[in-house]
Design a protein around this ligand. Structure first.
Ligand code: DGY
Length: 422
């Protein structure tokens, strides 16, 4: 790459700049706490400069784990008032305040990668042994809490849980959620242009759901029964599936109780069969589906393509997804837009409605590699390199121009560049 040394130095500087007492904020101001999937991905970047700091990132994240096993989507390690909604709005009364939902569970897969690539194997094995019970509890929580009827498909309760907040795949189900009736002031718009962020009508409903969790006393059974938003999110299901396979492999090498391996293998088999109910022959893709109305949404998003990363597509499905991925890639020179450009809801620079995200390019490249789609995997990597050379380390990028959007000096963008190609 051009300017490789300079880009490496800048990426490392971003990690150090965003380090706050052992955890890394995604970017100061806009996101001043520790986020779940950001932390995992950022730890991969730390592996390139300070392995013990990388392990600390995961330990800090796991400090926020709930007794029921959930690893929350945000850990509010300290009070900072540049973000809304903060810990008071979420109302979680714990030593370390957190939100009440989780996020795409890339965590175990990344811990496995860290252990495999660690130069300090003694440290890696020590950390792995220490955190494995917590990782097992996290995955048990996903299946027990989010799939209590053992269908093979976990449900998600909030667009923020998907990590792909304003993806058009959630539009219809979110519109069925009532808006909050109290007044509030968003802080994200003090940091980022409103045309790169979700709309007010979406925030009204995001907050209704936050209130609903609180009013339900965070009781899993009540929430499963009454939550007005329940989604079969192909992204979460796929990421969880891949991570559970990685967890089984970690349990086997660490000689953990065989019963865990058997139980997780049962969940893996259930999902491999149930995922077919989300397949659409018309769209030649898996589709996100409302778990309450059972309506599936024919909008193609990076979430739907995640089945490739999750290794959930069978031979026929993967052949069709390869064609889809190829034409998707041909629409932009910067990788996979978060919504397929031919979909009516596509907007090139509004957060998850079109922009390109570096970690998504990377996850999809891993999936493409797994299926032997070598050309697509290479195209994703080269497109990502072009993007970083052109625009640096933004949160996401306008998929037509490559211009940086959202927060600048962004931790996971720097981390993925360091891990993947710098
Ligand atoms: C936000 O506040 O925009 C975050 O995406 C929520 O996780």
């Amino acid at each position: 790459m051009k300017n490789n040394e300079k880009l490496i130095e800048q990426a490392k500087d971003i990690l150090y700049k965003n380090d706050v007492d052992g955890y890394t904020v995604p970017t100061h101001g806009l996101y001043p706490f520790q986020w779940n999937w950001d932390a995992a991905i950022t730890a991969l970047g730390w592996m390139k400069t300070d392995e013990s700091r990388a392990w600390l990132e995961i330990e800090m994240l796991l400090k926020g784990q709930w007794d029921n096993g959930m690893v929350p989507h945000i850990i509010f390690h300290q009070e900072v008032d540049s973000y809304f909604p903060g810990p008071k709005v979420w109302g979680v009364d714990k030593d370390i305040p957190t939100t009440a939902i989780s996020q795409p569970p890339v965590l175990v897969s990344i811990v496995k990668m860290m252990a495999e690539q660690a130069k300090d194997q003694k440290l890696a094995q020590e950390k792995l042994t220490q955190m494995l019970p917590q990782l097992i509890a996290y995955h048990q929580w996903w299946y027990n809490d989010r799939d209590p009827e053992n269908t093979g498909l976990v449900v998600s309760y909030h667009p923020w849980e998907s990590g792909m907040d304003n993806s058009p795949a959630w539009d219809k189900s979110l519109a069925a959620v009532p808006p909050v009736t109290w007044q509030y002031k968003r802080k994200d718009l003090e940091h980022v242009d409103s045309d790169e962020r979700p709309h007010a009508n979406e925030y009204d409903r995001y907050l209704y759901l936050v209130d609903f969790f609180k009013k339900s006393n965070f009781d899993s059974e009540v929430i499963y029964r009454d939550c007005p938003y329940k989604m079969y999110d192909v992204g979460i299901i796929s990421i969880l599936h891949k991570a559970t396979k990685d967890l089984v492999s970690l349990c086997q090498t660490s000689k953990v109780n065989e019963q865990h391996v058997t139980w997780f293998n049962k969940q893996i088999a259930l999902t491999e069969s149930a995922i077919n109910t989300l397949w659409s022959d018309e769209q030649n893709s898996f589709l996100n589906t409302d778990a309450i109305t059972k309506e599936s949404f024919p909008v193609l998003t990076t979430g739907t393509l995640m089945a490739i990363y999750g290794e959930l597509a069978n031979k026929e499905q993967s052949a069709k997804l390869k064609i889809l991925m190829k034409s998707w890639l041909d629409e932009t020179e910067f990788g996979i837009s978060s919504t397929y450009a031919k979909c009516a809801q596509y907007e090139p620079q509004r957060y998850w409605r079109g922009p390109v995200w570096l970690h998504i390019n990377w996850l999809l490249a891993l999936g493409a590699e797994h299926y032997g789609f070598n050309e697509e995997s290479l195209q994703l990597k080269e497109a990502s390199q072009t993007l970083i050379e052109k625009s640096g380390y933004f949160e996401y990028f306008n998929c037509e121009t490559g211009a940086g959007c959202g927060g600048d000096d962004f931790s996971w963008t720097a981390a993925i560049a360091l891990h993947w190609f710098l």
